[in-house]
Design a protein. Structure first.
Length: 303
């Protein structure tokens, strides 16, 4: 993906310049970024072996050894033989080392606060959410289910239509007609303004939308689940299951006898959620939509 690679490299160049790590003198402290990270690890653990630091930071053994020797010459760290294994040395910060780290830590906190000082609260929340997304995706671990479920509000429609359009294009190759369909459904939902029988659930974490689902009235006894989606970084946290179950509970509370939905055979993760909730596959129909040959499926849940 050359475009993705170029975007990642562009972001890396911007961010390393922004946080001031290019000149080897982090925050005018006299330490490089690598040296500062080693001091941080030493500050977190009273006694730690050099090999453990190397594994945590993925540092070359010789490079790490040279930095540790420099710390010893400056009397920032001390070595002590491990009582459990006399072949190992345990490292710890000296009083001078702890003072030095405290100064560096304070400067780092001040620099981070300065980066966001002139940003609006909503922008800060979006920034933090984006940072969490980058970390969780690259670590290949699901984001913690730290979110709230709220009702829809101004600004949601465009964001949700855009995200669904992009996600389905990236993951399934669907064209822009799907985004247009999402926008049409959302417009219909707002236009009907049926706050008694219809509802939206928006999952949000620190100002960033993690997923959503809509329940709309089909007829006197039937509700329709629509536009379920979960952002990639929030998958595996149970959010999708929660959104589906919220629809079920609300449909029962509002007197419906069934919920129906339309999905595609290729959307395997969503289909598993529907099966888990008790939905039954009622009908399959081949069709050509969103630039693809698909098999549309109608599912039903009896309440």
């Amino acid at each position: 993906m050359p475009d993705a690679s170029a975007a990642i490299r562009r972001f890396n160049r911007f961010y390393t310049r922004e946080i001031g790590v290019l000149d080897g003198n982090l925050l005018q402290s006299g330490f490089s970024l690598a040296e500062a990270r080693i001091l941080y690890e030493l500050a977190q653990t009273p006694e730690i072996a050099a090999t453990e630091i190397g594994k945590k930071l993925n540092l070359d053994r010789g490079y790490l050894s040279r930095m540790l020797r420099a710390f010893q010459r400056k009397r920032l760290i001390s070595r002590q033989t491990d009582a459990a294994d006399r072949r190992r040395s345990l490292l710890s910060l000296t009083d001078k080392g702890r003072t030095t780290f405290a100064q560096l830590d304070r400067r780092s906190s001040e620099a981070a606060a300065g980066m966001i000082a002139n940003l609006q609260p909503g922008t800060v929340n979006a920034l933090l959410g984006a940072m969490e997304t980058i970390q969780s995706v690259l670590e290949k671990t699901p984001a913690a289910p730290d979110y709230i479920l709220r009702r829809d509000r101004v600004g949601d429609l465009g964001l949700i239509a855009s995200r669904q359009g992009l996600i389905y294009q990236q993951e399934y190759g669907w064209d822009k007609t799907y985004e247009a369909l999402v926008a049409k459904i959302l417009s219909e939902f707002v236009g009907r303004n049926d706050t008694v029988n219809e509802r939206a659930w928006i999952a949000e974490s620190r100002g960033a939308i993690l997923g959503s689902v809509y329940l709309m009235k089909e007829d006197a006894e039937t509700a329709r689940l629509r536009l379920l989606y979960v952002e990639p970084q929030a998958r595996g946290t149970g959010l999708g299951k929660k959104l589906v179950s919220e629809c079920t509970e609300f449909a029962r509370d509002t007197g419906n006898k069934r919920i129906v939905l339309w999905t595609q055979s290729t959307l395997t993760a969503a289909r598993k959620l529907y099966v888990g909730e008790g939905y039954k596959l009622m009908k399959q129909e081949p069709h050509h939509s969103f630039g693809k040959d698909l098999v549309g499926e109608t599912w039903e849940l009896i309440l």
